[in-house]
Each structure stands twice: as structure tokens, then as C-alpha cells.
Write a protein that binds this ligand. Structure first.
Ligand SMILES: Nc1ncnc2c1ncn2[C@@H]1O[C@H](COP(=O)(O)OP(=O)(O)OP(=O)(O)O)[C@@H](O)[C@H]1O
Ligand SMILES: [Mg+2]
Length: 279
């Protein structure tokens, strides 16, 4: 048969037993993760779970041994530059340069990420427009509100048209309208380019609404994995509840007990590891 069947999506991010320690602190402790191309994957978990550390390993900002992390098939340890070229990254800490204008900040990223010189001005303007900053583009970023800085950082990450967008709490501190706006912009770009999104957030409503799948991370590894609705149904079944729990209930259940042995969770990889109890 000739193949009308589409090929299965490529793997955008693959972590195999990813481990990273700061001194004695194992921030990431045997993380297995597979994010498919085009997917919006939410990495959830309590403060200190290791989410930011994991993202920093994936973005090559923290050094890991070869064989632990691949981005579109490129090993982050062996092919650092190839990986970086595929990425847009919005870090948890605000990072825009307050002494540059919004436009200059985005232009800097366009240069660093090899946007062809001829296209740069237009791509910068498009990215600024996409996050609603056209009118403020020529003001110093130091005069922006916190929410405007966050949107500027999103424009920086999007200007290179990344195949993988990594966002560490992109909507923290944003008002409800701006939060929706950020997701709308992301989804417009996704629709146009098929970009993969790996995001962390503490807003369970956002994760529920916008993520295809979520992984609940606790103490350095994923303890529950699945589509938000699937995880919510799993908890309902294990509790025998009539009403469907929220994703926040699932979060409390996993982070509160720290266990992934509860009935119904679809944690495809770590069933053998449930003996590793937490707490
Ligand atoms: N630069 C660092 N030096 C030492 N320890 C660190 C460093 N960064 C993170 N850690 C430790 O690693 C662990 C995981 O931290 P990480 O920032 O990855 O968590 P997180 O899940 O992103 O939390 P949050 O939701 O608060 O952002 C924590 O115990 C933290 O104290
Ligand atoms: Mg973090």
C-alpha cells in the first residue's frame, strides 16, 4: 500500500533518565520524557520539583552527559549549537535588557538566532505585533510593566520561528486578558508553523485548557502523565467520585502524596519505579 497514512510525529524532546544535581541536591532525578512534534506539553509540579532545572538541561544551559537529552534527534551534549538553533526559550526570570527598547531587544535575538539580515526588520515587527507591543516598541524596556516585559520575552523567543518553544511560567503575573493573549499568540504561531511547545505553569486552568498532555513532576521526576481529561478521569475512578475532579485536585493528589501508585494514572514509564516512595 502506498502511504496515505501520515508518518507518526517525530519526537521533539526526549529525556532518558535525565539527572542533574546542584551539589547534594538532585534537582532532576531520573526524568523520562517524550514530547511529540507539534504537541503542547505542560510540565507541572510544586516549587522545587525540578521543572526549571529540567528545562535548562534541555536548552543546553546546564551541562548533561551525552545520551540523556535529545531535541529533534540532536543530542544536547554533542550537538549543542544545532539544538540551540531549533529553540526559543522564555526563562522563568525576567531577562529582557531594560536599557534597550522593545524593538532592540527583539532585534538582538533575531541576530543571535541567525534570522537573515534582509528579513530581520520585518520579522521583528511581526513578533512585536504578535504580542501587542507595536505601540510600545520604541520605548525602553525598563519603562515596561511586568506583563509587558513578559510579552516582550515571548516576542524574543518567537522571532527566530523556533521549532520548539520552551516557556518557563510564561504567564506568571499577567492579568487574565494578557494570559489569554499570550496563549492566543502561541496558538497562532503553532497553527502556522507546527511548532512544539514545552511549558511550565502553576495555573492548572491554563494547563487544562491549552496542554495536549501534562506531566506532573515531583522531586525530580514525572509521577503522573497524560491528557488533562485522562488524569482527571483517572482520579475520579480511583476515588469513586461522581463529579469530575479538577486538574488542581490531581495536582494535590500527586504532589501531596508524592506517589504515582494511585489507581488509574497513566504513567507509562515509571510503573517499575513506584517503589521509590517520596515524603
Ligand atoms: N542554581 C542552583 N543552585 C543550587 N540549587 C539549585 C539551583 N537551582 C535550583 N536548585 C535546586 O534544585 C531544585 C529544583 O529547583 P527548580 O528551580 O528546578 O524547581 P522548579 O520546579 O522550577 O520550582 P518553581 O516552581 O519554584 O520554579 C530545588 O531544590 C532548588 O533549590
Ligand atoms: Mg521553576
Amino acid at each position: 500500500m502506498t502511504s496515505d497514512t501520515p508518518a507518526p510525529p517525530a519526537e521533539a524532546v526526549g529525556c532518558a533518565r535525565l539527572t542533574y544535581a546542584f551539589g547534594d541536591t538532585k534537582a532532576v532525578d531520573g526524568l523520562d520524557l517524550a514530547v511529540a512534534e507539534g504537541e503542547v506539553f505542560g510540565l507541572l509540579g510544586p516549587n522545587g520539583a525540578g521543572k526549571t532545572s529540567a528545562l535548562r538541561c534541555i536548552t543546553t544551559l546546564l551541562p548533561v552527559p551525552a545520551g540523556m537529552v535529545r531535541v529533534y534527534g540532536h543530542d544536547v551534549a554533542r550537538e549543542r549549537m544545532a539544538v540551540r538553533r531549533l529553540l526559543g526559550y522564555v526563562p522563568q526570570q525576567l531577562s529582557a535588557d531594560s536599557g534597550l527598547t522593545g524593538r532592540e531587544n527583539v532585534a538582538l535575538f533575531a541576530r543571535v538566532f541567525d534570522v537573515p539580515r534582509r528579513e530581520r526588520a520585518e520579522r521583528v515587527a511581526q513578533a512585536l505585533a504578535a504580542v501587542g507591543l507595536t505601540d510600545a516598541a520604541d520605548r525602553l524596556a525598563g519603562t515596561y510593566s511586568g506583563g509587558m516585559v513578559r510579552r516582550l520575552e515571548l516576542a524574543q523567543a518567537l522571532v527566530s520561528a523556533p521549532r520548539l518553544l520552551i516557556l518557563d511560567e510564561p504567564t506568571i503575573g499577567l492579568d487574565p486578558i494578557a494570559r489569554t493573549g499570550v496563549w492566543d499568540h502561541i496558538n497562532v504561531v503553532r497553527a502556522a508553523t507546527g511548532m512544539t511547545v514545552l511549558v511550565t505553569t502553576h495555573y492548572m486552568d491554563e494547563a487544562d485548557q491549552y496542554c495536549d498532555r501534562v506531566g506532573l513532576m515531583h522531586r525530580g521526576r514525572i509521577r503522573a502523565l497524560g491528557a488533562p481529561a485522562e488524569l482527571r478521569r483517572g482520579l475520579a475512578e480511583s476515588r469513586g467520585a461522581d463529579t469530575l475532579p479538577t486538574l488542581e485536585d490531581v495536582f494535590r493528589d500527586v504532589a501531596g502524596s508524592g506517589l504515582d501508585s494511585g489507581g488509574g494514572f497513566r504513567d507509562v514509564r515509571s510503573t517499575r519505579r513506584t517503589a521509590h516512595r517520596v515524603g
